[in-house]
Structure formats: C-alpha cells, structure tokens
Write a protein that binds this ligand. Structure first.
Ligand code: ADE
Length: 418
C-alpha cells in the first residue's frame, strides 16, 4: 500500500468514475499510455509532482505509472484538490498527500513528504516543489535529473532563478509549448474561469460590465468567453501592445482606477500582485463581484478589503460577502485563489489532454537526456507540438492538407518574385 494522506478514502469509488470520465476525453494522453506501456521508458525513475489534484492530473499520473515511473504527489494550491480523485489515486497505490482546504503549513508538509521519496525527476505547477528542493534540500538537487514546469508564473520565476545562476538541474518549460499556451491558457482558462464564477455566484452574465485585468493568453481567453456570454468587457493592462490588441478586438481599455467605478464583475489574470487594492475597493459599486484566475492569490489585496470591512460572511459556497464601513457589499469568490479550480473543476479534460501530453513528453526527454542537459530552462522542440496537434486532430476525425513537392521547392526558392 502506498503512503498517503487524503481527506477520505471512502470517496475513492466516486473519484474513480470521475477519472474514467476524463480518460474518455483525453485521447492523446491515452495513446501515449498505450505506446509506452510495454517499453516502460520511465522505469527506475521516481517522480515527485506538485500539481493540482484533478481528474485530468489523475490521467497523467496513471500514464506516468504505466510508463514505469514511481510517483509521489502533492497539490499545488490549497483549494484545488478534488478529494474524491485524491482518494481514488491513493486506493490504486499512488503515494499522494493532498486534500481540499489545507493551510500553508500543511501545504508545505505535503510537499516535504514527496521530497522524502528522493525523486529523480520533479514535475511542478507554480515551482513550489523546485524552490523547496533548492532551498531546503540542496543535497537532493544534485541527484535530480531534471524537472518540468507547467505554468507561466512558474516559468517566469524559474527563468529568474536560472539567470541568477542558482538553478541546480535542468527544467523544461511545458507552458512554452504552443500546444499548451495557445490552448490551455486561452480556451481552458476562458471556459473554466467563467464556470467558476457561475458556480460561485449563479449571476446572469449578459449585460454585466466585466473587467479583465491582464490581456495575456489567459486574459484573452476570459475576455472572449465573457463577450460571448453578452458581457460588456473592459480590459486593464500595463503593456501597450496588449492593450492595443484588446482595443482592436473591440474591448474598452482603461486603467483599473477607472474600471473600478463601473465594473460588475472583476477578474485578475496578470501573475502580478496588488492589481485590485484598497482605493479600488473604495470606488466599487454595491454588489461588485471580485475574483482571480492567476496562479497565486496575491492579485487581489484582501488585507485592504478586510481593513475596509465591518463584517464578512459566507453567503454561498466559494463566495464571501464583505460589507464595507460605508455599507456597500463586495463579493470575493474563491478567496481570491484561482477561481477555475477553487470553485469549479479546472480546465476541461479535452484541453488538459494536450498540456499533459507535453508534460509526459517532457518527462521522457528528461529521463533520456536529463544528465547531459545544462542547468537552465529548456523548451520542448516545435516538432513535438506538431505531433501532439496532429494526434489531437486525428482523434477529432479531422484531416489537413500537406505541401506538394512543387510547393516545398517554391517555399525554399528565394529567387522567385512577381
Ligand atoms: N490547471 C488548470 N486546469 C487544470 C486541471 N483540470 N487539472 C490540472 N491542472 C489544471
């Protein structure tokens, strides 16, 4: 029996069904499981993972195990663990330390358990595991062959660490694969964030002024889905080109100081702290809804809101009503943590299929070549994206054209003109 700490092992049967549902919608990952189940290229490797414990992650874990890896896992956010999935994984022999609603001390305790397992590979979403290894177990960092990182925020932090010369093993930026950022970040975040807002509030979106802070891939996805639901979308940005793209897409662009006065629903998608702070809360309308879809819970300054509140109560699940001293009600969804995982189920399986196919390929690459790589941040090769996308298209029954010999010659002929 594996080592584990989960909320309730009795939830395992429910979790198993949920995982099977995800498996039926993740054909690329399932094809990789089939391809590598006999050759077991990850045999002899111990993978410590720190990534949201969801039904999709369970499909990844099962695939890594089928390819021969031993696993020890923790969640990467206090509110994102699906307890039935964690129970199902524990019941089928995965070492896992994860439950919904753990506190900060418990969060790091769970990560520490996975480090005790002496991993040879690490798999992160947000880089907390890699940072803990580097800060608290530098001796172990020397025997780790490599790691992968799932998300934009984690990759940014790891690049900063590598630039500082502090990185002790190579890391692959899964986020930077086209079949990750151009799908998961856009369509995954777009749909699942609205799903979280609706589960936590059940408000009508049509006609609402919907403020999106940040027009990167995630913000773009959220803005486009909110527009599709009939919202009047406002975008706030710090980057001129991103603001221009939002404008040309038909969104109103303004500062958060201006947007704070008119918004009905606010969502932060920036990866930066203090996007909504005290002075913004001071000018918000009675009834405004506020939430975040960035990795960390620092984008909305809840300390500032607490200081302005005379009372607070949970009005419905994942929805806290703050009453300000001047009598306005402001609703914070999912405690300012990523709304799509805190209040909903995260990105749909179909999109995680490609993200986790990249994770799996990243692990294979590190198992094979990790010892020869430098201690820096790598990307997966672009051919990998084409392979994953081609498999995805094939599972959707879609065919595409290919270049003729003449077209290839034309493409390479720099002497041809008008
Ligand atoms: N990140 C966003 N959605 C996710 C999901 N469904 N599973 C794991 N990580 C995620």
């Amino acid at each position: 029996m594996a080592n584990f700490k989960v909320a309730d092992l009795k939830l395992a049967d429910k979790g198993k069904l949920r995982i099977e549902w995800a498996e039926s919608r993740m054909p690329v990952l399932m094809a990789l499981r089939e391809k590598y189940k006999d050759s077991k290229p990850l045999k002899g490797h111990r993978i410590a993972g720190c990534l949201h414990v969801t039904k999709e992650t369970a499909v990844l874990i099962r695939t890594l195990r089928a390819a021969g890896a031993e696993i020890s896992w923790s969640g990467c956010n206090p509110l994102s663990t699906q307890d039935d999935v964690a129970a199902a994984l524990a019941a089928e022999g995965t070492s896992i330390y994860a439950w919904h609603g753990l506190n900060k001390e418990e969060f790091y305790w769970c990560i520490d358990q996975t480090i005790q397992f002496k991993p040879t590979l690490t798999l992160d979403d947000g880089a907390d595991l890699i940072f803990t290894v580097h800060a608290k177990h530098p001796e172990l960092a020397r025997s780790i062959v490599g790691g992968t990182e799932e998300t934009t925020t984690g990759v940014q932090r790891l690049r900063a660490m590598a630039a500082d010369g502090k990185m002790q093993y190579p890391v692959i930026a899964i986020n930077d694969s086209e079949t990750k950022w151009d799908f998961d970040n856009v369509y995954g975040t777009g749909q699942s964030s609205l799903d979280g807002i609706l589960r936590a509030s059940s408000v009508l979106l049509a006609g609402k002024t919907f403020v999106v802070a940040g027009y990167g891939h995630c913000g773009r996805g959220v803005a486009s889905r909110a527009k599709g639901m009939g919202c009047n979308v406002v975008v706030t940005e710090i980057k001129a080109t991103a603001a221009l793209k939002a404008t040309l897409e038909g969104f109103r662009v303004m500062t958060m100081d201006e947007a704070a006065k008119i918004g009905d629903i606010f969502i932060t998608a920036t990866g930066m702290k203090d996007i909504i702070v005290g002075r913004h809360f001071d000018s918000m309308k009675d009834g405004a809804l506020v939430c975040n879809t960035g990795h960390y819970d620092c984008e909305i300054n809840l300390v500032d809101l607490e200081a302005r509140a005379k009372g607070k109560r949970e009005i419905r699940k994942d929805n806290e009503e703050y009453v300000t001293k001047d009598g306005r009600r402001i609703y914070v969804l999912g405690q300012g943590r990523l709304i799509n995982l805190a209040a909903a189920e995260g990105h749909p399986s179909e999109v995680m299929d490609m993200s986790f196919a990249n994770q799996f390929m990243g692990m294979l690459k590190l198992a094979k070549e990790g010892k020869t790589l430098e201690k820096k941040v790598y990307e997966l090769p672009p051919e990998q994206d084409q392979e994953i996308a081609a498999t995805k298209l094939a599972t959707m029954g879609l065919k595409i054209d290919s270049l003729t010999k003449e077209q290839i010659t034309y493409a390479n002929d720099y002497s041809a003109g008008t």
